[in-house]
Ligand binder design. Structure first.
Ligand SMILES: O[B-]1(O)OCc2ccccc21
Ligand SMILES: [Zn+2]
Length: 238
């Protein structure tokens, strides 16, 4: 008999190899980062951060393969002030990051602590650029509101998306819903935040994101985390 040549396939995936395909990943303002709270300078006299979202318009939930994403389909919205100077940004999409093990799903950490998940509301600079794609390549092109998620009470607004996950179990699946939803209800009550110039946390890791990470975590139920996990660890085809 011939000793079977076991095909040794070393699948090298993950951040360590992103630099080969995405040179931006070697940059100087890469996200996520650990927020060292003792080193954060006080906001001083930054103007207030202001947002306004449209509520009653059709949205689509998509499975892009790494989580779920809600597309705002171009409906009106505004984010301005805070670290954003005089530019006005518009909500393009929002998505979440969950871990494979509960309790360590967030992208950012705070003093070394990870959270169960992290919501990203992605806005683009409509004062300076003509499209999301164009803005996504510019240093002041995107502004992302980051919301840390921790296990606690059920989140009713988020549940409008979580309950649709069984219908988009595979990469590329999409479902459109018209139930009124206010993205402002996804944000914490207290709106103190940390901000820093960073990048996409996923390829192509473009350094075009002004990060605005709220200090106060938002609570989601253990069942909501479980639903996110089972549809995005098992359901996703990488
Ligand atoms: O890397 B991210 O998930 O976080 C910020 C962002 C913006 C646009 C697409 C993907 C992302
Ligand atoms: Zn993200």
């Amino acid at each position: 008999y011939y000793p079977y040549l076991v095909p040794v396939v070393i699948l090298i995936v993950g951040p360590a190899t992103w630099v080969e395909k995405f040179p931006e990943a070697r940059g100087t303002r890469q996200s996520p980062v650990d927020i060292v709270t003792s080193r954060a300078s006080s906001g001083g006299s930054a103007p207030p951060l202001v947002w306004r979202y449209s509520v009653n318009h059709p949205r689509s939930v998509v499975n892009p393969g790494y989580c779920w994403r809600v597309d705002e389909n171009g409906y009106d919205s505004e984010l301005r002030g805070g670290p954003l100077g005089s530019d006005v940004y518009k909500l393009q999409q929002w998505h979440c990051h969950w871990g494979s093990v509960n309790g360590e799903g967030s992208e950012h950490t705070v003093d070394g602590r990870a959270f169960s998940g992290e919501l990203h509301l992605v806005h683009w600079n409509t004062s300076k650029y003509n499209s999301f794609t164009e803005a996504a390549g510019q240093p002041d092109g995107l502004a992302v509101l980051g919301v840390l998620l921790m296990v606690g009470s059920k989140h009713d607004e988020l549940d409008k998306v979580v309950r649709l996950l069984p219908y988009i179990q595979h990469k590329g699946d999409k479902v459109t819903f018209s139930e009124p939803l206010n993205p402002a209800n996804l944000l914490p009550k207290r709106i103190a935040y940390w901000t820093y110039p960073g990048s996409l946390t996923t390829p192509p890791c473009t350094e075009s994101v002004t990060w605005i990470l709220f200090k106060e975590p938002v609570q989601v139920s253990a069942e909501q985390v479980r639903l996110n996990l089972c549809y995005y660890v098992n359901g996703k085809n990488v």
